[in-house]
Design a protein around this ligand. Structure first.
Ligand SMILES: Cc1cc2nc3c(=O)[nH]c(=O)nc-3n(C[C@H](O)[C@H](O)[C@H](O)COP(=O)(O)OP(=O)(O)OC[C@H]3O[C@@H](n4cnc5c(N)ncnc54)[C@H](O)[C@@H]3O)c2cc1C
Length: 471
């Protein structure tokens, strides 16, 4: 390995141990560094891991150097993008974290409707830069989620029914392989790997840059939530089922069950009240959205209707404060079919029996453009599911809801047993049965992922993730 520069974590920045990686220009943080605890913390406060070294990269060459160093030293590798993974895949015990959180650059070519996004960017970074041109691509519904992990698992969000999953808008990546080699990967370059990266997660290398296709969106869209009392949940879900069955692709919806969160837009007297909240985002002309949503909005008497013209980028961050960094989280999740009567009964029976005012269940409506891409065209699992549900126990440090609400998610998940249709890999938690990863893909996609993994990472260097094991 050639020595270009030498980064050291020494007395200069508060650490007492000197660590050096040839060719590395970013920050190296070892356990005795003053910033160690901040640097090892991830979004889920329930994750408490102590890596031997955190390599905060500032460019692709740093990533190459860090991968080579880890292999030379036989260190376990965790890759950190946005650090949002609920299972805490971004940080490991006793190994090295290849941390891309300082690599958040986004470049947009508005004429070509393209964006280039670095591997540590968050969705808020992408929306900010693309919306300056009235453009967007499908991203997550919380703006502090990382682009990398979300994209590599598939990517669901408000725009997916119109513009496809995030991976359906992925044109190319730059990736550092297990051997420390830099590859450009696209439909024409290493197509087998490009297929695997569109759903197969962080199993194949460290992505330093993504190239996305953009679409005209907003910058003002018709969006917002509408809230009904929890006692209306069954009726609202029946209406919702019929309404979304024929909904236009432009309409993205997410249903949230739980206590009304203390958001500024929600009047204080509703905070904490059990509600069913249907979030909407219409990615088309506002008047058309108004017309399409009219019947739904006048059903029964909603407690609150906040649907109206809103800046798309602002709407993308509207729920950020309900899922704060450093709180504790435990998730269970599954895909679901259309909301049949018996499924609605199960949801209504369990949805409101959590204890924490911050725990909730969410149902994403899929279909539309997601389901029109052939199964197996990318490594994303179930494109025909109607919905994905996540059951999310949330408790703050010092609160004692953790065990009770984690049990609630497990009971709810068990009750959904006969309806389950696989799972979105990015919603898997940390203590899942091993067969749930295969469940996320189905047998044929999984076998193909094993083939690609065996070709590009036969030693399973990148295994601190929802792991596809090589042969
Ligand atoms: C509050 C919240 C809201 C969410 N909303 C959505 C949503 O709307 N839609 C959706 O699809 N998902 C959503 N998710 C799930 C999200 O997709 C996953 O949590 C995803 O793992 C986040 O990616 P990250 O880069 O932030 O995570 P990290 O924890 O940094 O990484 C996750 C995985 O990706 C790998 N990885 C990270 N960066 C790279 C890289 N540069 N190269 C290669 N591998 C890498 C890691 O090794 C790890 O295995 C949400 C999650 C949370 C916590």
């Amino acid at each position: 390995m050639t020595t270009v520069t030498r980064a050291e974590a020494g007395p200069r920045d508060g650490a007492s141990t000197r660590v050096a990686i040839n060719g590395f220009r970013g920050r190296l943080i070892s356990p005795d560094h003053a910033d160690y605890d901040d640097a090892r913390a991830v979004w889920n406060g329930a994750i408490d891991r102590r890596p031997r070294l955190i390599a905060q990269c500032i460019g692709t060459a740093d990533v190459v150097a860090a991968v080579r160093f880890a292999r030379d030293q036989d260190l376990e590798i965790a890759i950190r993008g946005g650090g949002h993974n609920v299972a805490g895949a971004a940080v490991c015990d006793d190994g090295i974290v290849i941390d891309l959180s300082a690599m958040r650059g986004v470049r947009v070519d508005p004429a070509a409707c393209r964006a280039w996004v670095q591997g540590g960017a968050l969705w808020g970074d992408v929306d900010h830069e693309t919306q300056a041109h009235g453009l967007a691509t499908t991203g997550g519904i919380v703006s502090h989620t990382g682009v990398a992990g979300l994209t590599l698992g598939g990517g669901v969000g408000w725009l997916m029914r119109k513009h496809g999953l995030t991976v359906d808008n992925l044109l190319a990546v730059e990736l550092v392989t297990a051997g420390g080699e830099l590859l450009r990967v696209s439909l024409d370059e290493h197509p087998d790997l490009f297929w695997a990266l569109r759903g197969g997660g962080g199993n194949f290398g460290v992505v330093t840059s993504f190239e996305f296709r953009l679409h005209a969106v907003g910058p003002t869209v018709l969006a917002g939530p509408i809230l009904w009392d929890a006692s209306d949940a069954g009726e609202v879900l029946r209406l919702y089922r019929d309404f979304v069955r024929d909904a236009p692709d432009e309409l993205g919806t997410v249903v949230r069950f739980g206590a009304a969160p203390p958001l500024p837009a929600i009047p204080a007297d509703l905070h904490g009240r059990p509600v069913v909240m249907v979030g909407t985002c219409y990615a088309g002309p506002i008047e058309e959205g108004e017309r399409r949503l009219r019947s739904f909005r006048t059903f029964r008497t909603p407690l609150l209707d906040l649907i109206g013209p809103a800046p798309y980028a602002g709407f993308q961050s509207a729920m950020d404060s309900t899922v704060v960094h450093g709180w504790n989280y435990y998730w269970k999740s599954t895909y679901l079919p259309e909301l049949r009567e018996d499924l609605i009964d199960v949801i209504v029976e369990h949805a409101f029996s959590c204890s924490s005012p911050r725990s909730y269940a969410l149902i994403f409506h899929l279909k539309g453009a997601v389901s029109r891409v052939a199964g197996g065209a990318t490594a994303f699992g179930n494109r025909q599911a109607s919905h994905a549900i996540t059951l999310d126990a949330v408790w703050r440090p010092g609160e004692d809801f953790g065990e009770r609400d984690s049990d609630w998610t497990r009971r709810f998940f068990t009750a959904l047993g006969r309806f389950r249709e696989g799972v979105y890999v990015n919603f898997l938690g940390g203590d899942e049965e091993p067969d749930r990863i295969r469940d996320a893909y189905g047998d044929s996609v999984y076998q193909r992922l094993v083939d690609v993994k065996t070709t590009y990472d036969p030693d399973n260097v990148f295994h601190h993730n929802q792991n596809i094991r090589p042969r």
